[in-house]
Design a protein around this ligand. Structure first.
Ligand SMILES: *Cc1c(COP(=O)(O)O)cnc(C)c1O
Length: 381
């Protein structure tokens, strides 16, 4: 090595050390991207050493990764073998793709915040004719009163509205499918998976991205769907409806049969998702769900009693266990005080930026670190 090269290496390694220090001294309670699951760093290191980030997506090695990830995910979420699992770039992409592939004209959207609204807007942007039932931020729906037009092809629900901290009862979503058997029901589970328990026979599709409850770097969206969704997509495609190009369901199905993807996918993301699902399977999903509920109870108890920090969602049944929106007169000051101790919490979403903070409660957040966050909050507010 020349002396210039040596100097460069020294500079780069000190930069690396600095960035590493900065990262490990923080805990991200942000609702996504969020704290990395504790095993991610080790899996990254192993993947680097094994050359995973350079393998061909047409190789046997990739097919094995695809198989491992889909198998571990099926085990974790109880997904039947009859269902398909596809990968794309984000959850937002899945909103667009399912509308393209399963809706010729009419979708119906339950809107109670920014993410459910985004789903509705995508339908408008695709020139569909979406119907909407919209309620104010922080509220759930009176599902029984919802009147869904009979020509609705796809009913779109956001299980956990990350912008407001409202979670919908899955039973009410299942009941929609019983009431409207002709329509397909898709559920956005982005910020509730893997905590949410799903009876896959009672919905048609669900999608998520990995930078929330799975504690992974962003850039991967996953959809799980049944044969009805695929049949609908085939029907639309055969009658000449625009169903998209490389991520149309027929192309995804063809490649998934070979445990591949139409394009060069996010191989590191797919690899890491499989590894983290395997870790979660070792722990057991029941234990992860119990821990999530224990931490949620702890946090809501704390805020329900607090003089200056109050849960935004008043209806106890509508409160999310995975994302808490908290009203405060001084969100910036609270965020700053917490950040000084290394706790990064989220801002209020959109119009709530100056009146709320949001706190994620994902599997990557241990009970211990959640308690530390509350202790710090006690001291600073
Ligand atoms: C974050 C989020 C999305 C968008 O996810 P991307 O991966 O950024 O596309 C969609 N829905 C909900 C409920 C979310 O929390």
């Amino acid at each position: 090595m020349t002396s210039d090269e040596k100097e460069l290496v020294t500079r780069l390694s000190s930069l690396f050390l600095i960035s590493k220090l900065v990262v490990v001294n923080k805990v991200f309670f942000t609702p996504g991207p969020s704290q990395l699951y504790p095993t991610v760093a080790d899996h990254m290191r192993v993947a680097l050493e094994a050359g995973i980030f350079s393998i061909s997506h047409r190789s046997k090695e990739f097919e094995a990764i695809f198989a491992e990830t889909t198998d571990e995910l099926k085990r974790l979420l109880g997904i039947p073998d009859s269902h398909s699992i596809f990968f794309a770039g984000s959850a937002t992409e899945w909103m667009e793709r399912i509308l393209e592939n399963c809706v010729q004209k009419t979708s119906f959207h339950f809107v109670n915040g920014a993410f459910s609204k985004r789903f509705f807007e995508i339908a408008q942007e695709l020139k569909k004719e979406p119907h909407v039932l919209e309620v104010p931020a922080g509220q759930s729906f009176d599902f029984e009163q919802a009147s869904i037009p009979s020509d609705t092809e796809l009913i779109c629900c956001t299980h956990n509205e990350t912008s407001t901290g409202v979670a919908l009862p899955m039973e009410s979503i299942y009941a929609l499918k019983e009431r409207y058997p002709e329509a397909l029901v898709v559920v956005d589970i982005v910020s509730s998976a893997p905590y949410v328990t799903i009876d896959w026979a009672r919905i048609d599709a669900a999608f998520f991205s990995v930078q929330k409850g799975f504690g992974l770097p962003a850039g991967l969206g996953v959809i799980i769907l049944n044969e009805r969704c695929l049949a609908r997509a085939r029907q639309l495609e055969s009658q000449g409806s625009p169903v998209g190009s490389y991520h149309r369901f027929s192309a995804l199905t063809k490649y998934a049969a070979k445990r591949q993807t139409p394009e060069t996918p996010n191989v590191p993301g797919i690899y890491l998702l499989g590894k983290v699902c395997a870790d979660m399977n070792r722990l057991g999903i029941d234990s992860i769900r119990r821990d999530t509920e224990t931490k949620a109870r702890l946090m809501y108890d704390f805020f329900d009693r607090h003089a200056a920090l109050h849960p935004f969602v008043k209806d106890l049944k509508a409160r999310s266990n995975t994302v808490l929106a908290i009203d405060t007169a001084q969100p910036q000051a609270v965020k700053k005080a917490l950040a000084e101790s290394g706790f990064i919490v989220g801002s209020g979403y959109g119009a709530h930026k100056d009146s709320q903070i949001r706190i994620a409660n994902f599997p990557a957040h241990s009970l211990e670190v959640a308690e530390q966050l509350l202790t710090k909050l006690k001291m600073c507010v």
